[in-house]
Design a protein around this ligand. Structure first.
Ligand code: SAH
Ligand code: SF4
Length: 348
């Protein structure tokens, strides 16, 4: 028995063909499930009784289970979802004007070990299957009972999406399929810490790229993001140029501001130099504190100065508003396993 939500349309066609089923059967199922929200096969009225009975034996409809849903005072909604092998991941819905962005996880934990990130403390526990990524979307969409719809998807939750690139790109294909959810590719952003050899896959998938720059010299970046020792800044920025050339799209550079580490005005000037010639915007994220990190968030005055220098130097730059801090849903605060095992939290 296979899980329906783990199939792209093509894969489902191939799977069903093994049992002598025509191509259009997969399309019918996609429409029923993703467009009409029907997973009870007996309700799929345009399918023959014989086919319906057969599907019961071939496919199951398994989604991650929503274990907890927390609403923040600022409108952010965080989900804790149970995935296979009793692990949990988090997804966050973030309203912003007429946008409603879903931040999804790609892995349980993360192997990259960035020093400022809470998820890193868990290490990598498991890469998510495609259906567990699609499932985060379906569950979050289902929770909206007031007519709102998710307008954007960002892979900025737990995990490094390019460390799980096969399943992430398959999930994107499923989300985008016109016979199904038909989510626009240009409204999907994959954020990476800089796994250089996989960046072309983001271009191939037709989605947007965000890169966690977070430092302006190899020395600082080596120190806070160990991935930089493998793929240093010049290689990362070359891959970004390649992406921009191939897609004609803008890149978002995320930059977590760590007091006294990467927030000097010289850093701001270096950001401009490094990103020269790359169509891009900068997203400043004042560090979200968590126990035992050893890093400090700069004062808002300092953040404002950093931002205005960048603007003066001609960069398009936004400071990411901190959302959902009261429910531990802000960037770098996702920590699902820790919640179940508070004794693991090192509080200094
Ligand atoms: N692994 C991917 C995507 C998930 S992290 C990546 O690293 O890009 C999403 C964003 O949160 C990244 O830009 C990361 O730099 C940022 N981040 C991590 N920990 C943070 C913290 N404690 N405060 C603010 N931003 C943080
Ligand atoms: Fe992983 Fe991204 Fe956190 Fe780094 S910042 S440890 S890549 S989730």
């Amino acid at each position: 028995m296979k899980n329906f939500y783990d199939f792209t349309l093509k894969e489902l066609q191939i799977y069903l063909a093994q049992f002598g089923k025509e191509k259009f059967r997969a399309e019918q199922l996609f429409r029923w499930v993703y467009q009409k929200g029907e997973t009870d096969v007996s309700e799929m009225s345009n399918l023959s009784k014989g086919f319906r009975d057969e599907i019961e034996g071939l496919l199951e409809f398994n989604l991650p289970r929503v274990q907890q849903q927390l609403d923040s005072l600022d409108g952010t909604r965080k989900f804790l979802m149970e995935v296979e092998s009793e692990k949990t991941v988090e997804s966050v819905l973030i309203p912003n004007g007429d946008r409603l962005t879903l931040c999804v996880s790609s892995e349980v934990g993360c192997a990259m070990g960035c020093r400022f990130c809470f998820t890193a403390k868990m290490g990598l526990m498991r890469r998510l299957h495609a259906y567990e990524i699609v499932g985060q979307f379906i569950n979050a969409a289902k929770s909206l009972d007031d007519g709102r719809r998710i307008t954007n998807i960002v892979f900025m939750g737990m995990g490094e999406p390019l460390d799980n690139v096969e399943n992430v790109t398959r999930a994107i294909e499923i989300l985008h399929d016109q016979r199904g959810i038909a989510f626009a590719l240009r409204k999907i952003t994959v954020s990476t810490s800089g796994i250089v050899p996989q960046i072309h896959r983001v271009a191939q998938a037709g989605v947007r790229l965000a890169v966690s720059l977070n430092a302006t010299t190899d020395e600082i970046r080596d120190n806070v993001m160990s991935i930089n020792r493998k793929y240093p800044l010049n290689e990362l920025l070359d891959a970004c140029k390649e992406y921009a050339k191939e897609t004609g799209e803008m890149i978002t550079f995320e930059y977590v501001l760590l007091k006294g580490v990467n927030d000097s005005l010289d850093d701001a000037r270096r950001i401009v130099k490094l990103t020269k010639g790359i169509p891009s915007k900068i997203n400043l994220i004042p560090f979200n504190e968590h126990p035992g990190s050893g890093f400090v968030r700069p004062a808002s005055q300092e953040v404002a100065e950093f931002q205005s220098l960048l603007m003066k130097l001609g960069k398009h730059v936004l400071v990411r508003r901190t959302m959902g801090r009261d429910i531990y849903a802000a960037c770098g605060q996702l920590r699902s396993e820790m919640e179940k095992h508070p004794e693991k939290m090192a509080i200094h």
